[in-house]
Design a protein around this ligand. Structure first.
Ligand code: PGA
Length: 250
């Protein structure tokens, strides 16, 4: 089955309003002819409205980089799913390695977020991936499978078909050391096989699985050529409109 590719920008903690506006103004004409690729932009919370405004009349998709699973309450500094819906977000990145390893989020916590995102009609972009020490101990597959098993607990087969999963080896993020196309392909095949075994063939065929970690205009093609890789989640190379636009042509 042919899945629609998705190229996602994760701006992380970058840009202020003026920069987001000029990024969008520069990006739009560059991607106006794009027909067969979904473009998703995930700005930091304060810039979501700016990007939403700028994307009016385009097919650009909008996502947040994180959220809390609770509806509301005394959770200083957190953002609720309904707040993201209110800002017109369609997607939310969950379980990014920076959330896991810098902010201490565990699989149980991430699972609650995944369930809450679905409940609020937000599509999770669930990130999984091993650290360098896991890879060196030959534990890559086990780590990915555990993150999937625990992160997707309680998700129905019907909802799961809409999820986006990003395989992001931690050692490849922001380091310039991208995984080989074969490593990415193998990990993504493992993820699809897991979905197949737990959620059935139709769901496994539907779920889009991305690679992330030092993706750039110079290497996007090698990933997109691999069977089973449905797109990319991009940090550094998504910050300049020109480089991000180039990632949509592969
Ligand atoms: P990078 O980040 O492209 O800068 O490696 C990817 C990510 O963290 O999603």
């Amino acid at each position: 089955m042919k899945r629609r590719p998705i190229i996602a920008a994760n701006w992380k903690m970058h840009k202020v309003t003026a920069e987001a506006k000029s990024f969008m103004a520069e990006l739009l004409p560059k991607i106006s002819d794009l027909r067969n690729v979904d473009v998703l932009i995930c700005p930091p919370f304060p810039l979501i409205s700016t990007v939403d405004h700028a994307r009016e009349g385009t097919n650009i998709l909008l996502g947040a980089q994180n959220m809390h699973f609770e509806e509301k309450g005394a959770f200083t500094g957190e953002v609720a799913p309904a707040m993201l819906k209110d800002l017109n977000c369609e997607f939310v990145i969950l379980g990014h390695s920076e959330r896991r390893w810098v902010f201490g989020e565990c699989d149980t916590f991430i699972n609650k977020k995944v369930l809450s995102a679905f409940e609020h009609d937000l599509i999770p972009v669930l990130c999984v991936g091993e650290r360098l020490e896991d890879r060196e101990k030959n534990q890559t597959d086990q780590i990915i499978l555990n993150q999937l098993e625990n992160g997707l607990k309680g998700v129905s087969e019907q909802l799961l078909g809409n999820i986006v999963i990003a395989y992001e080896p931690v050692w490849a993020i922001g380091t310039g050391k991208n995984a080989t196309a074969k490593d990415a392909k193998d990990a993504i095949a493992l993820i699809r096989e897991f979905i197949h075994s737990r959620f059935g063939t139709a769901t496994a065929e539907k779920v889009r699985i991305l690679y992330g970690g030092s993706v750039k205009p110079e290497n996007i093609k090698t990933y997109m050529e691999q069977d089973g890789i449905d797109g990319a989640l991009v940090g550094g190379a998504s910050l300049e409109a020109d480089s991000f636009a180039k990632l949509t042509i592969f």
